[in-house]
Write a protein of this length. Sequence first.
Length: 624
Amino acid sequence: MSLLYPVPTPTVVPSPTPEPIKELRVCLGSEPRSLYLYEAASSAEQLVQQALTDGPIDVLSNGEKHAILFKDIPSVDSGSVVYVPTEVFKGDLVVNSSGNLVALEAGEEVFPSGCTSPDCALVWDGASPLQLDQLVANFTLKEGLKWSDGEALAAEDFVFSFDVAADPVTPTNKRYVDLTADYLALDSKTIEWTAMPGLVTDAFENFLWLPLPSHVWGNTSAQDLLEDETANRMPLSYGPFMVDDWQIGQYIRLVKNPNYHRADEGLPAADILTFKFLSAADGASLLTAAQAECDFVSSAAIDAQNSQYLRENAGDFGMRVVEQAPDAVEMLAFGIAPASYDDNYYPYGSDRPDFFGDVRTRQAVASCIDQQTITEKLLGGSVMLANGLLPPDHALLDGILQTASSYDPAAGIALLQQVGWQDADLNPETPLTAFSNTNIPFGTAFEIELLTSSSPLRAEIAAEIAANLSACGIKANITQLPLAELYQPAPQGPLFGRNFDLALISLQIGNGFDCRWFSSQEIPTESNYWLGATTGGANFFGYANEAYDTACGLAQRAGLDQSQQTSALQSALSRLNDDLPVIPIYYHQRAVLIRDDICGLPDDLSSEYDLLSMIEKFFIEDGC
């Protein structure tokens, strides 16, 4: 007898549905030239660097500091910062109370040991025993940090980077290198920085050099790194993403770094980060291209002339415009004292007449320029008129008022008459001539050159300014130069060589105000090798004012006395507002375009760099 048993139906276990690949697309205004740390200077290069690096200490636009790669920020309270009294002698390299590295001589003002404010600073007599403090700060790395190739991120990588940065061939500012006496790896986790004697600071983040992989490049010279194909195009990462592919002219593709120290938090949220290079002539084509190719559009890809159109129409393309804090001011700069004056001013020879030495002339020019019309006619009212160098909500302006010159051609003409300019031929179509100005030869026509870049927008703004000045009797002939020629180093360059009348340019203001920009010590001259004292010749305007220099000096010598520094900088800003070595016209109101369904954005979107420093948290999802 046979028994029949039912054949069991096999159970089908469904395969898990694979998670979709999450890609985030960031559109840049230009293609990077290099991703090597010490070649990445453009905004496009720095934005890509944000995804390849992390910290090590983030300083946000509001001044907050966050330790990212370190256990904490060094401090006296934690014991990770100490002051070591050090005996110094005549001729030793020390840091004076202004924060500059000098050879110690009699008459030099310094902070003696135990002193961190102007109240206890002293002027050395050249003979008395002197001790200055040397700051020593220890930075301790967190556990588990790795490069994208799996090797440990170590203190030696920071020291190697410092050595490369200090090399003369590496194109970096050496100020912080020069203020450093020693930079050591005490062990694989601890970096010890020692300052030159006399330095007083709590901005320890300035003395961290982003790491370079010493296990890969430790035997490569600084010169060779500048030319190394891998260093420039496929550098290792310790940030949320790493380089996967770079197709020239098309994109740079980054992928998730499996060794990122926050990977166990599910970061980065995106699997792929693609940087594309966007170029669009007008707002409509920009939005069309952005909708097809971009989730985030960098401010560098957005022309100021298109900003208003984008604000009005971005929503139709599933995007929104997010305003950024101004980081630059467009201004008209005066060539107050050309370099030819340095061997004494002689207007009857080859020296240009002293058009702008009298502050009343500069005030007259300001009264003659119609800032409102310039911004509304050419920029659609999409930018903020500038009352001064810094935007009105800047922390330094708390309690002081910056006032812009009112557009008043009649007042401008009256000021010019006070200075000695007259309409000698009674013809408004011709420029004024010098009549009773003792510093300008009789009969000199008020005809000058207005210099600017080859930007089409600047050409339009310059034309408006020239028309405004013409109505006041000043003839301005416009000259446009390529950026490389306009900013050519001195003595050949017209700006840094102090060989210009007026210049329409922008000034990067960032988060702070460096009063040395207008200090008389920073005027580039042949005698200081066209470098000024410490800034590389920032005061190419040739502006000199003793009261301003005094205020700036107080700010520079404030040490850790924040209240004195703030008060002194406010005094300096007020002086600039009165003296007008430059006429601020408008703030560069940066904006970024963001897709409506990007998730993970921080609440404060006012800074593009703060925003992209958190790019590991961004992803696309409906409902964000």
